[in-house]
Design a protein around this ligand. Sequence first.
Ligand code: AP5
Ligand code: MG
Length: 220
Amino acid sequence: MKLILLGAPGAGKGTQAERLSRRLGLAHVASGDLFRQAQDRGTQLGLLAKRYMEKGMLVPDEITIKMIEERISAPDCKRGFILDGFPRTVNQAKALDSAMEKRGADIDKVLYIEVSSEELVRRLSGRWICRACQTPYHILSSPPKMAGKCDRCGGELYQRPDDSEETARKRLDVYFSQTTPLIEYYRTQGKLAEVDGQGNIGRVERDLLGVIEGVQTGGR
Ligand code: AP5
Ligand code: MG
């Protein structure tokens, strides 16, 4: 099973990808997490990505595509994967299509999580992330059991620098101008499923699972 989670910054891609990947035994491939891990390690990729991420801009396609192609070639992606945050431009989607074609594979479904702009801003401003395992929390809707500590691994929670109001707004602008054309791109391919992302986390997960079960039973 090869899935894409599509949605604006704050739509819940990371939250849902983490839950679905554990439940379905699929690799969770998150482009933003990969860039943040590269930054933590101080690699050349990390330093380069930081220059764009801190401004809320997209990292250039060439760099991002190469990173994802390498990641999805890893052994843990053999059984399938969930892409979170990639593709984000039509150019990236086309590159993914050709990478899949070369492997004789295909993306099974694109799950588009829809959330209103006001709710996106509320979610981003209240988000805390685990530095070790990247699990997202929210001060109101999904707080950790112990303040500042990850429920899953005990790691330290922090606020992403690009969740500052100004940078989050820029990320939303970039999403609406550069990423929303993908909705039509995947609708034309017959792969798009729209899911209401406004409900609570458990309800959104159930709706996503409903679509995935439909794919598994052949009712695409
Ligand atoms: P990335 O890390 O991918 O960030 P993003 O797309 O901006 O998305 P977010 O991680 O902000 O949101 P999310 O949808 O994962 O929401 P979450 O589950 O955390 O990218 C960061 C940067 O890296 C980019 O700006 C760019 O520079 C670069 N980059 C990454 N990919 C790239 C690419 N392909 N090409 C070029 N550059 C790239 O949830 C948000 C909050 O809401 C959390 O607090 C959560 O607890 C809460 N929440 C979630 N679901 C619910 C719910 N149902 N109800 C209430 N609260 C909820
Ligand atoms: Mg995320």
